[in-house]
Design a protein around this ligand. Structure first.
Ligand SMILES: *Cc1c(COP(=O)(O)O)cnc(C)c1O
Length: 390
């Protein structure tokens, strides 16, 4: 599917802004449904931290996905959008007492617990509220996701999760606590994973662990394999819907679920990444001694991924009704596309070929639906970007 940008409308709209293509979001959700419909024990939770825009969340809720939350604020946003608490799971290394109480009061489906100390605190909070907390343990499976260091989470030297070797101890402790119910095991190996191999290795690691636990008489009701499926940042139109079919097939083929065992997924980027575009205006075209800079009114405050992760987004000039030549025929110039923020890392891309640009032109920064708006900041006292949900 090709996202079409309504230039006339965008020219009237303040920039920078986020533009969301809901037809593409709906098509993406329909593809997830098609790939998982025949599996009554499978549950897909949307990782809200990727994008918590209320209009986007409501569409995801309507499609029947659950939510993966990492804060009390996200639990409240999920519920406000219409996601039932029974489909909400809650992860995070630093859950505060206030957030734990909030989750217990809403009776969420599961806490994904990241340490034994946290387990004790959840037990105490559940006791004081007269309830029982369902928990899964986030286990570090030691699987290298072969992705960016700042988004790799499944290796043992990491603040996340519990060491694979400590699994039995964690489960035994859970069984001994009066206000804890052991629900299962949780894994999340990283993000923007584009090959099958890391997910296959995760399946094999889980199979080994389950066999080890069963030899000791430990039964596990549910397995949560986290998220991490990547998207094509190079070809946002050709691969507008991520490759869900091979992704889900990997788990179907390689994960040995026990009869009645539930399987949970937590997809973030792959659900919303391609439906969002950051729209910017060209403020100035600055000719340096050797480089030509395209200075935009959007920067790292609206989209931090390039500055934070070294990420590269496709950058396009939006064709305008007043253009003399169609974009495909125009000669190309090479620009360093940069933002206005007072940081030298505020660069979207260097040496980007584009049709010749002038002040006032509209620029689309593609594949910005995930970890874009949700990570926007007010650094330099810049306002948060408005959104167009089309
Ligand atoms: C961020 C996160 C996800 C979603 O990751 P994506 O790469 O966006 O799919 C899933 N589970 C946990 C625990 C996370 O922290």
């Amino acid at each position: 599917m090709h996202t079409h940008f309504p230039a006339d409308r965008l020219l009237q709209h303040p920039t920078p802004c986020y533009y969301y293509d809901t037809a593409l979001l709906d098509a993406t959700l329909a593809e997830i449904d098609r790939c998982t419909r025949g599996e009554p024990h499978w549950h897909v939770h949307y990782a809200i931290k990727a994008n918590a825009n209320p209009a986007i969340l409501r569409r995801i809720a309507r499609a029947g996905l659950g939510a993966d939350c990492v804060s009390g604020g996200e639990i409240e946003a999920a519920i406000a959008a219409g996601i039932p608490a029974t489909r909400i799971v809650y992860a995070g290394v630093g859950k505060s007492d206030r957030e734990i109480d909030l989750a217990l009061r809403h009776s969420i489906a599961c806490f994904n617990v990241e340490s034994l100390e946290e387990l004790q605190v959840i037990n105490e909070r559940a006791a004081s509220l007269g309830t029982i907390a369902p928990v899964a343990f986030r286990i570090n499976p030691n699987v290298d996701a072969c992705t960016h260091a700042k988004i790799t989470t499944g290796l043992s030297e990491n603040k996340f999760g519990i060491d694979l070797g400590d699994t039995e101890r964690a489960i035994r402790t859970a069984h001994s606590l009066a206000h804890i119910r052991y629900e299962g095991l949780h894994f999340h190996i990283g993000s923007q994973i584009l090959t099958d191999a890391p997910f296959r290795r995760l399946c094999h690691r889980i199979n080994e662990l389950q066999e080890r636990l069963e030899r000791q008489g430990i039964r596990t009701p549910g397995i949560n394999v986290g998220g991490g499926l990547g998207i094509s940042y190079e070809h946002p139109d050709d691969e507008s819907i991520p490759r869900f079919e091979p992704y889900f097939d990997t788990f179907r083929r390689h994960l040995a679920l026990r009869p009645g065992q539930q399987l949970h997924f937590e997809l973030g980027r792959s659900v919303v990444g391609q439906c969002g575009t950051l729209i910017a205006r060209v403020l100035y075209v600055k000719q340096g001694t050797t480089r030509r800079f395209l200075i935009l009114d959007a920067g790292m405050t609206e989209l931090v991924r390039p500055a934070m992760y070294g990420a590269r987004h496709a950058v396009q000039r939006i064709a305008l009704p007043t253009d003399a030549t169609p974009a495909a025929d125009a000669p190309r110039c090479t620009y360093d596309v940069v933002g206005p923020v007072c940081e030298s890392s505020d660069v979207f891309v260097k040496d980007q070929p584009l049709p010749p640009c002038r002040r006032g032109d509209l620029i689309a920064i593609r594949s910005a639906g995930a970890y874009g708006e949700s990570m926007a900041s007010t650094y330099n006292l810049r306002p948060l970007p408005p959104t167009i949900v089309q």
